[in-house]
Structure formats: structure tokens, C-alpha cells
Design a protein around this ligand. Sequence first.
Ligand code: FAD
Length: 392
Amino acid sequence: MKPTSVLISGGGIAGLTLAILLKRMGWEPTVVERNDAPSAEGYMMDFFGSGWDVAERMGLIGDLNAVHYPIKRIEFVRGDGRPYMTVPIERISRALSHRYVYLRRSDLERILFNRVRNKGVAVRFGTTIDTLTDRADGIAATFSDGTQGEFALVIGADGIHSRVRDLVFGSQRSFMRYLGYYVAAFHFPDSHHDLGNAVKIHEETDRTAMFYPLGAMRADATYLFRYPDVGHVPAGDRMALLRKVFAGAGWIIERVLDEQPGAAPVFFDSATQVAMPDWYAGRVALIGDACGCLTLLAGQGSHMAMAGAYVLAQELERAATHQEAFAAYQRFLKPHVEKRQRDAAWFSKYFVPSERSRPWLRRLAVDAIFSSLGIGLMMGQFGGKSVLANYK
Ligand SMILES: Cc1cc2nc3c(=O)[nH]c(=O)nc-3n(C[C@H](O)[C@H](O)[C@H](O)COP(=O)(O)OP(=O)(O)OC[C@H]3O[C@@H](n4cnc5c(N)ncnc54)[C@H](O)[C@@H]3O)c2cc1C
């Protein structure tokens, strides 16, 4: 087999990981990325498990450890900002054998992008695929900049609203499972909110806010709220919706929104999973959120995006045909993704307090989950171990 030209739509976590691995194996990947440049800002993520494993196999651990935020504790705070429960980060890190970092999605993307650039992979920013035509001997693509090209394979790594999925598999609504929340994330100047070196979480019925210190008087805010599925919210309406939903919220939650300039948050979307019967068709396959979005409620989307890229690259390298490779990739990874989707869907009922929640019971549960024993058990059950541990 060994076709050389692979078009990858999406220069995010999955797409860049795949490009690096294919290039290393002697293939010729081309990445098209809708944005004009790598993201400068982005939400915070926990990175461990399968993601850490792939990063280690790619020699990226030094880069991951070099990303450093002044985060020492997680504090659950009351309406006046005083903590009622504190979890040392060291406890979580120890449960994961110190194979764990906090970083922003944009940090991970930058690490991968630097590697892609050093390897000489072509990344065409500000470009998307217009059409794809599957031919007997390849696949023809036309692009938003008016150019066209022929490729042996096309990989859709273009995230939850994948263009490749739309083009090849049809209407996206049928693959979407809304989990009942919207999420927004943005950076803000933190000169007077006194976050210190703790992630601070304030929970109220149907709405939660998390604040992460980024250092140099900057912080990241992540707002999560229960809301009916209203589909896509236009950029210009997002701040107004957030302010409406979080009106009257305690601690600094409302103030941070009021102080934010009129611009929309950097990230705003619904928590929606993507579940499809098949992840490939003809010469096209999907990876990452495009075919198996877990949502932030799983806390492992980037891990599985990297694991998907890794498994697909391995299978393409060793199978006789791309059909065999795509089938083996799906056979191995899909059950792992589906388990995490089921876990996240179950967890979604409890992630943010509801009217039925009993605050004292919730505190007991959170306290138990974040005890040394609880974290060890939870990580054993939910993603602490790499899915690639037994992958040959
Ligand atoms: C608030 C929040 C918190 C999260 N926390 C965690 C966490 O703690 N741990 C964790 O592991 N995961 C977490 N995740 C999930 C994780 O970020 C995603 O699962 C992961 O980024 C998926 O990688 P991906 O490459 O498939 O998609 P993305 O990272 O979304 O990348 C897709 C790329 O494709 C590009 N693109 C989109 N459309 C097109 C197009 N038409 N043409 C070309 N390019 C296109 C996009 O610009 C983007 O660069 C979180 C997610 C959110 C929203």
C-alpha cells in the first residue's frame, strides 16, 4: 500500500498528532486548518492517561512539563470566596504516578504545532475543504482558497462540528447527543480577584464557574450551565446569554462577566457527544472529536484524540490496505470511546448541582471522591490507565 499523500482537515490535537506520526513513518501529510494561526488562548485541561502515554511515545514529555501554571490546590468556595473543601494537586498527581499536568488546549496545540513545523509538514492556515470526490485511485479535494488537490486518503480531524463528517457522512444532527449543558471559557486580567495559586470552583444550582490562575495577573474562567438545546449561539449573543444565565451568581462570577469587554468568549459551545455507527467510508476516516467527542464532562477528550491518531497511524503503517487499517483502528478504539461516552453521560446528571441535589450529600461525595483513596479508585476506573497499555 503506502500511499504517500494524506489530507488532514483540522490542525488541532488529533490532526497535528496524526501529521507528526505519519511524517515520521515516511508519509506526506498536508494539514488544512480553518483558523489563521495556532490558537493563542484556550480553556484549561487535565492531561494524563492515554494522552500522556501517546505524548511519551512521541517524545513530548519535556515540552509538557515545561508548561507551568502556579496551581497547587483545588478549592471549592462559598459565595464569599472562602473555601469549604481543599484538594492538593499533589494528591491527584501522586494517584497518577506524576504523569499529569494542567495545561491549556492551546499549549498542547502549540507543542504539537512546533513539532509539525520542525518536521516540515505543510500546514495551510485559513483554509477549509469545499468538496471531496472519491475516485477509484484517490480522492479529489477543492479548497476554500480556490485551489484543488489529489490525495490517497483524507482524514477528518476537524472537531465536533467536522466539515469532513458533513461532506461524507451527511447531516450532523443525527450523530449528536446533547448532554444538557453549555460551556464558555475565556481569559481575563486578574489584578484584584485574589485567585492565589488555586483552581477555585463555585457551584450553584444549574450553574458552576471554575477559575484557574495563569500567572502574570491573568486567569482562565470556565462557565458551565444547564440550558435547553438551542443549537448554535451566534458569537455576538454569547456574552449576553452568559450574563443572563449567571445573573445574581455569588462570589466573583457575575463581576468577572461584567468586567469582560463586549467581545464573545474565546470558547463557547454545547456539551454534545458525537456518536456514529462507523468512523470511516471509502478513503475517508474521522479521528478525535469529529467522530467520538466525549465532551469536557469526560475530561479525556484530548487523550482520546491523541490515542485515535496514534492507533490510526500504526494501523495505516502495518495494514496491507487502507480499508484494513481503517477497520482495525475502529475495532480497537471505538469501544474505549463508547465506554467514556457512557461514563460522561451518566456523570453529566451530577456534574453541576440540580434542584434535587442535597448540598451536604454533595459535599460528602466530593470529599470522598477527592480523598487519596477516592482519587486512586476514580482514576483506575475513569481514564487513569492508558487505553494503549495492551495495544500491540
Ligand atoms: C471547556 C473544555 C474543557 C475540556 N477539558 C478537557 C480536559 O481536562 N482533558 C481533556 O483531555 N480534554 C478536555 N476537553 C476536550 C478536548 O479539548 C477535546 O476533546 C480535544 O481538543 C479534541 O481534539 P480534536 O483535535 O479532535 O478537536 P479540536 O481540538 O477541536 O481541533 C479541531 C481543529 O479543527 C479545526 N477546524 C474546525 N473546522 C474546520 C474546518 N472546516 N476545516 C479545517 N479545520 C477545521 C479547528 O479550528 C481546530 O483547530 C475539554 C473541552 C472543553 C470544551
